[in-house]
Ligand binder design. Structure first.
Ligand code: ATP
Ligand code: PRP
Ligand code: NIO
Length: 489
């Protein structure tokens, strides 16, 4: 219950006011218990990339498990006044909220899974009032963590097997921005964090070096290195760029030699400014010549996947990457833009719902959706978004979302997996939350199943993911019906 521990016992008011006003309205209309289906999905991969890494489910589960209005919450809601000073909500409604127990079915894509636009990451089916109420917090949690996990995956990919340490806490968007992002970065690919509380809460390995102030606090750089080396004879990484980087490396080597008889091991040096390619090459030469071939070269300073790729292409001799601001804030795209849309409502029979949009691609999808991922021994082949409430044809076609005349015919039973798995059934948790380490392993495996051309940064290929053709046609007809333009031929 990490989030609750940090903040407070109830997060039930962590939602937009309009969720509660709609809840009140549904309750008054007698619609509160009508069965509804909502989907949480995004429309575009972040960072102009070719994939997205799902994250945040564990926090979403924690939130849903604790969804209960406390006396304090209800007193606050009871104190809210409308424009004429009248109470906003009737006492009887507050009583309904007091008795409310979460009873939805929730299906979701496990954390670490690679996902693509328009695929539901979470599907909620249950009483309309409840399923609506949880829109905002689900989006808050899943949007942010998925965004950061994706950024971290890109950065880890650029590092090509080198260690990546998340150094971003000081630049994060507030406290939870630091904690949730540290976890998401680990899910995506970071190997460790400098954030101690995240390390404790989530069991993420913690790592670090020292700051420039440590060096400044001593009369000379040598004294600073020596003092740090005496404190940490087996775990020292010296920051060498406070005054002159090349001289700093030479001093680090001299101190390491001096302390060697006492069993000192120089774990690494860190570069935090200047030309990281040139300086790392020079540092590597000096270290190797002095016999410190196992000493790591850590680099930090505004790094991201593009700069890391560039430095590697230039031949930089860096093997540990400290990445802060650009990873923890998803600097080049600060929000994922995931949405939560009503897709079906029961009125005796299921009625399918869509939200119209100017563009077909932005119009939401009706039904109770599942994603079937076809794959072979080597890689993932294609994803089919289909309506679980309707039968699947034996040879379903996947419709290309960009060019609807392009179709891919699949054998329904060809090797596949369903991405959404049961998480809550009638409000009861039925999902065993994987450990963070196994989620991280899932991410690495998932990424390995994507063709390189989908993982590249510049103009990545788009992975084939589209609607099953019956669903596609149903959607087109519904759009034409709602627009009053008849139906598809
Ligand atoms: N070889 C390189 N090619 C491209 N960019 C580099 C290279 N080496 C370093 N950089 C990047 O150039 C930017 C400027 O670095 P520089 O150290 O000159 O300035 P700075 O960040 O203001 O330094 P300081 O931390 O001392 O204030 C940083 O984002 C750094 O990561
Ligand atoms: O650059 P980031 O990816 O965010 O990584 C974290 C940065 O935080 C620290 O320094 P800080 O930025 O506090 O000071 P500095 O810029 O003067 O080194 C560290 O030395 C890194 O440079
Ligand atoms: O341990 C480090 O070197 C570190 C930690 C946070 C931010 N920058 C660097």
């Amino acid at each position: 219950m990490a989030l609750q521990q940090i903040y407070r016992t109830s997060l039930s008011l962590l939602t937009d006011l309009y969720q509660i006003t709609m809840a009140y309205g549904y309750w008054k209309q007698g619609m509160a218990e009508r069965e509804a289906v909502f989907h949480l999905y995004f429309r575009k991969n972040p960072f102009e990339g070719g994939y997205t890494v799902a994250a945040g489910l564990e926090h979403a589960v924690e939130y849903l498990q604790a969804l209960k209005f406390t006396e304090d919450d209800l007193a606050y809601l009871g104190s809210l006044k409308g424009a004429q000073g009248q109470p906003l909500f009737e006492q009887e409604f507050l009583e309904y909220l007091r008795q409310m127990e979460f009873s939805c079915d929730v299906d979701a894509v496990p954390e670490g899974t690679v996902v693509f636009p328009n695929e539901p990451l979470v599907r909620v089916r249950g009483p309309l009032l409840q399923a609506q109420l949880i829109e905002t917090p689900l989006l808050t949690i899943i949007n942010f963590e998925t965004l950061i996990a994706t950024k971290a995956a890109r950065i880890k990919e650029a590092a090509k097997g080198d260690t990546v340490i998340e150094f971003g806490m000081r630049r994060a968007q507030g406290i939870d921005g630091a904690l949730a992002a540290a976890r998401a970065a680990y899910v995506g690919g970071a190997d460790a964090t400098s954030n101690l509380l995240a390390g404790k809460l989530y069991d993420i390995p913690v790592k670090g070096t020292h700051a420039h102030s440590w060096v400044q606090a001593f009369d000379t750089e040598e004294e600073a290195f020596k003092a740090y080396g005496e404190a940490f004879p087996k775990d020292s990484v010296f920051l060498v760029d406070t005054y002159n980087t090349v001289e700093g490396v030479k001093k680090a080597i001299a101190v390491a030699r001096e302390l060697q008889p006492q069993g000192f091991i120089l774990g690494g040096i860190r570069l935090d400014s200047g030309d990281l390619t040139y300086l790392s090459i020079e540092a590597r030469k000096l270290l190797d010549e002095a016999g410190f071939t196992g000493t790591s070269i850590v680099a930090s300073n505004d790094l991201d996947e593009h700069l890391i790729t560039h430095l590697k292409q230039e031949g930089a001799k860096i093997n540990v990457w400290g990445v802060g601001t650009k990873m923890i804030t998803a600097y080049d795209q600060p929000a994922l833009g995931g949405v939560y849309k009503l897709a079906a409502l029961k009125n005796g029979e299921w009625e399918y719902k869509i939200k119209l949009s100017e563009q077909l691609a932005k119009t939401s999808n009706p039904g109770a959706l599942q994603v079937r991922r076809y794959y072979n021994q080597e890689r993932y082949l294609a994803d089919m978004i289909y309506n679980e409430l309707e039968p699947l044809p034996a040879q379903p076609q996947i419709v290309d979302p960009v060019d609807v005349t392009r179709r891919k015919t699949m054998d329904k039973d060809a090797l596949h997996k369903e991405l959404l798995v049961p998480v809550f059934q009638q409000g009861q948790l039925v999902y065993t939350l994987p450990t963070l380490k196994s989620i991280k392993a899932t991410t690495a495996h998932e990424l390995s199943q994507l063709h390189e051309s989908i993982r590249r940064y510049v103009n990545p290929h788009s992975y084939p993911a589209g609607l099953e053709s019956n669903l596609h046609h149903y959607k087109l007809n519904l759009i034409m019906h709602l627009k009053g333009t008849g139906s598809e031929a």
